[in-house]
Design a binder for this molecule. Structure first.
Ligand SMILES: Cc1cc2nc3c(=O)[nH]c(=O)nc-3n(C[C@H](O)[C@H](O)[C@H](O)COP(=O)(O)OP(=O)(O)OC[C@H]3O[C@@H](n4cnc5c(N)ncnc54)[C@H](O)[C@@H]3O)c2cc1C
Length: 391
């Protein structure tokens, strides 16, 4: 089979599908090639927290733009994304207070609704919270979470309605070049010809970049998520919490569940084969996450463990993605490496990619910060926190 297209996107996670949607809106002929199913990579297993608490202006603006898409999803994309507004709390100790204040000031400057709260104010937002060890919190009332599977499938459907073909169970095995320009991809279903190929393969990003002869520092790293059922009397949803003191995050889930994961830079060391890794939850992880939650929210002492799973982050050295055409003017693009925080930015990165590929003269979001060369140049994206892994 040979299909002549304008763009082939490898990977049908949130990045591949939102990019396909944005390109198709511009009348560009796109195919998405996915070795599993839509959302079967990191996206489908995402905790899907949607907050704007970022420490550089560009990502803060992108998070705000994306929030507006999630809030108006049916109108802007179509179908449902399951966005649920619960608010978001970032909890910090004294050593991070100055960074928190600087971040909130930056976020307010770009139009994000957020404020710094003293620990005493937190019980009004989260009754039962233990504020020991806290110096300040950031509060974002408009934050929440979405259903990642609904979201990515809605983007895929919206792209299909605009003529995008999505080939599932179709693996890219090679990328073809003629001189310095990309020509297309070879897949388990045959060849697809296109002058532009986008690598949106998340944790497989380095592997697929290698097919184009490009070294991309993207590690597939195993991370875990544990669920707890909240006890009787505490079933009401609570805000999303990123507790930098206890190094744990959690949010409400339907069925009076609390979904949790660790905020742990050492997750970058848990490199695995993305096609063969243990997808089961470790019992130790349940104990660890549970204890950290109980330390802050003692009512969870009576909660019940409800299982969980392991999935993959696609981690780069600075925990920010690589969004770039490499080599320059080759037609081969990377849009991968979103570490633990890409879901909420999916709408904005789809727009950024469409602007990059079409060489839009005045893009809303410049991709320069995310260029591959920043690592060689010693100019990584930096955050205000010691735990800058949250971006
Ligand atoms: C447990 C967990 C919790 C998270 N929590 C949050 C959160 O709360 N908030 C947030 O914003 N972000 C969160 N993230 C991060 C976020 O989910 C990811 O950054 C984002 O979903 C990555 O999307 P993607 O499209 O880049 O990659 P993926 O969703 O992994 O998609 C890549 C796709 O490429 C396909 N593929 C790979 N190789 C090939 C090939 N050779 N041929 C064809 N197809 C191929 C894969 O099958 C896969 O479907 C979390 C991630 C995980 C794992």
């Amino acid at each position: 089979m040979s299909n002549t297209l304008d763009v082939v996107i490898i990977g049908a996670g949130i990045m591949g599908c939102s990019t396909a949607f944005e390109l198709a809106k511009r009348g560009i002929k796109v195919a998405v090639v996915e070795k599993g199913l839509v959302g079967s990579g990191g996206t489908g297993k995402s905790s899907a927290v949607i907050r704007q608490h970022y420490s550089n202006e560009l990502t803060a603006r992108m998070a705000l733009y994306s929030l507006r898409v999630f809030q108006n999803f049916e109108e802007l994309v179509g179908d449902e994304c399951g966005f649920t507004e619960t608010g978001f709390l970032a909890l910090t100790a004294a050593k991070d207070r100055a960074g928190l204040e600087a971040n909130v000031a930056l976020q307010q400057k770009v139009g994000i609704k957020t404020e710094v709260l003293e620990p005493e104010a937190l019980v009004g937002i989260m009754p039962g919270i233990d504020t020991a060890g806290l110096a300040a919190a950031a509060w974002e009332p408009e934050a929440g979470y979405a259903d990642p599977y609904l979201t990515v499938n809605a983007f895929a459907q919206a792209a299909r309605r605009l003529g995008v073909q999505i080939y599932q169970n179709t693996e890219v095995m090679g990328i073809r070049f003629s001189s310095d320009r990309v020509q297309g991809v070879d897949t388990t279903r045959g060849g697809f010809d296109a002058p532009v190929v986008i690598n949106a393969t998340g944790a497989w990003g380095a592997q697929v970049a290698q097919m184009a002869g490009v070294d991309a520092p993207i590690d597939p790293c195993r991370v875990q998520v544990a669920f707890f059922r909240r006890p009787q009397g505490a079933e009401a949803p609570h805000p999303v919490v990123a507790d930098f003191v206890q190094a744990v995050y959690y949010r409400s889930e339907t069925g009076a569940l609390t979904l949790s994961g660790l905020i742990d830079p050492s997750e970058a060391e848990a490199i695995v084969d993305p096609d063969h890794f243990n997808e089961k939850l470790d019992p130790d992880f349940v104990l660890e996450a549970g204890e950290r939650i109980v330390n802050r929210y003692p009512v969870m002492e009576q909660s019940q463990s409800m299982g969980g799973y392991a999935s993959l982050y696609a981690i780069t050295p600075d925990w920010h993605p690589i969004v770039d055409e490499v080599p320059a003017n080759s037609g081969f693009y990377i849009c991968s490496g979103f570490s633990g925080h890409g879901f909420k930015l999916g709408p904005a990165f789809g727009l950024m990619m469409a602007d990059l590929v079409t060489r839009a003269p005045d893009p809303l979001f410049s991709a320069h910060l995310f260029r591959l060369n920043r690592f060689a140049e010693g100019d990584p994206v930096r955050g205000q926190y010691e735990y800058s892994i949250v971006g």
